[in-house]
Design a protein around this ligand. Structure first.
Ligand SMILES: [Zn+2]
Length: 200
């Protein structure tokens, strides 16, 4: 919800910019008005400009350059709003998938590293963060601490590491994206299906 509101705000800004700087100039534009717009005070923002231009248009009786009518402009802006409304969720979903893929790639490397460590040493490494029971955040880690000292932050979720639950030794890693905690059941189930990953 927050992300969509943010996109909506960006659209409003873009639409205002185009409306104020492009379409209005075509519809009402002439040299005199343009000059006033540039040099005059702009205390009341875009809507003030629009009102001033409407007044001047009536007093001069000019139709501008034969550009778009106001209704046409509103239709164009409405179409843009619908397009963005349709495309923005797909774009956000695409970004989410990319971040989840990055998390999974990092965790796969980490899993390989700690499994190899277990096979080599024959015991669980205390440096594997989750394995320490005195760390209350160990079940929801957002940063990988590789055994070689490097780190990688999670982009879209969290993970935990446990001892292998099948009795074969080594580790299991469980990854969930943040949407897996959604209050919306359909969103939650969708992400549990597509994003949640177990490394065994
Ligand atoms: Zn997800």
């Amino acid at each position: 919800m927050i992300r969509q509101a943010h996109v909506g705000l960006d659209l409003l800004t873009l639409a205002s910019y185009i409306f104020n700087n492009y379409f209005i100039d075509i519809y009402f534009g002439n040299d005199k008005i343009m000059t006033e717009k540039i040099s005059g005070p702009d205390a009341c923002g875009m809507y003030c400009n629009v009102m001033e231009r409407k007044v001047m248009k009536k007093s001069t009786g000019k139709r501008g350059n034969g550009g778009f009518s106001l209704v046409e402009l509103i239709i164009v802006i409405a179409i843009m709003a619908v397009l963005v409304g349709v495309l923005a969720p797909q774009y956000l979903a695409y970004i989410h998938k990319a971040k989840v893929a990055a998390d999974q790639a990092n965790l796969k490397n980490y899993f390989t590293e700690i499994q190899l460590d277990y096979i080599t040493t024959g015991k669980y490494n205390p440096a594997v963060y989750s394995m320490a029971s005195d760390r209350p955040d160990s079940l929801k880690q957002r940063e990988i601490h590789f055994l070689n000292g490097s780190t990688a932050k999670m982009q879209a979720g969290y993970f935990s590491v446990t001892e292998d639950t099948r009795g074969k030794g080594g580790y299991n890693i469980y990854y969930y994206c943040d949407e897996c905690l959604s209050d919306n059941a359909s969103v939650k189930n969708k992400h549990l299906d597509t994003c949640a990953t177990t490394f065994l």
